[in-house]
Design a protein around this ligand. Structure first.
Ligand code: BV8
Length: 226
């Protein structure tokens, strides 16, 4: 059975007020990703890393899904069971817009992971080295449940299986700088999928798509979906 596979990045949440990484004044222009988004950075300075994610987690309480998130939730409803949304984003705006068949390949801000017993916990507030794991009782063993550079993305089995039977592949609001996500268009094309990029600016991989649509996600995604 054919499948619509959608990949989203920071650009889909930009108009909700969630910063992107590489755009003008983006997150990586203020932080060195080696210090805050690598296991080595966390080992060297866990307090700095907790502060970085605590600020982004706090911001989640102040933003909401936009017209692009809602359009994708409508698309999923319309094509019941034939749509998979893969997001690189760690925010919860897709869920809050109503998308159900969703995988967070780079983790979630709203979860904490115990590095000792591998338990995952819903975590809404500040996280620090002084928190203890309710499962194994150890302290100083909780980290943000996000995938850092050099770590394996989550749900790659579900993702590979979906790309192998994709008939339509949409890439929305991502710059195509980070792997393996930037390779998904090639895999979808190999499965015979029609590939469309929806982005404010051309990305590193625009040339690999059958079609590119330029503009703000809140305008071009509802227009493409409805
Ligand atoms: C920098 C890069 C060169 N490095 C990598 O890719 C590395 C290393 C690597 C692996 N393979 C390679 C091959 C070649 C070279 C390097 C590598 N990859 C890894 O380490 C990955 C893990 C990477 C995950 C890192 N964690 C993130 N995030 C979580 C944390 C956090 O969020 O803090 S990455 C982070 O940046 C990524 C890219 O950001 P974008 O979402 O694209 O945002 P960006 O700001 O860049 O762009 C925004 C775009 O939106 C557009 N836009 C802006 N506003 C709007 C708007 N309003 N409307 C529409 N569009 C808009 C803009 O024009 C722009 O194009 C996202 O994935 C995001 O999650 N792990 C791995 O490969 O493990 C092995 C493996 C592989 C396969 C299978 C098993 C194991």
């Amino acid at each position: 059975m054919s499948l619509i596979v959608i990949l989203t990045g920071a650009g889909i949440s930009a108009e909700s007020g969630v910063e992107s990484f590489r755009d003008e004044g983006g997150i990586w222009s203020r932080y060195d990703y080696r210090e805050v988004a690598t296991p080595e950075g966390f080992a060297a300075n866990p307090t700095l890393v907790h502060e970085f994610y605590n600020d982004r987690r706090a911001q989640m309480q102040t933003v909401g899904p936009n017209a692009a998130h809602f359009a994708l939730a409508r698309l999923e409803q319309e094509f019941d069971g034939e749509v998979l949304t893969i997001t690189q984003n760690i925010d919860d705006l897709h869920e809050r817009a109503g998308t159900k068949n969703l995988v967070h390949m780079h983790g979630e801000l709203g979860k904490a992971l115990c590095v000792r017993c591998n338990t995952r916990l819903a975590w809404k507030d500040q996280l620090s080295m002084f928190d203890h794991c309710p499962n194994c009782g150890h302290t100083g063993c909780l980290r943000p449940d996000v995938v850092w550079f050099g770590e394996s993305p989550y749900h790659m089995d579900i993702i590979e299986e979906a790309l192998a039977r994709a008939s339509l592949y949409l890439s929305i609001g991502t710059s195509g700088n980070v792997y393996p996500a930037a390779m998904f268009v090639e895999e979808a094309a190999r499965s015979g999928a029609h590939t469309v990029e929806l982005n404010l600016e051309p990305s590193e991989i625009s040339h690999q798509f059958n079609r590119t649509i330029k503009g703000p996600a809140t305008e071009i995604v509802p227009r493409f979906v409805d």
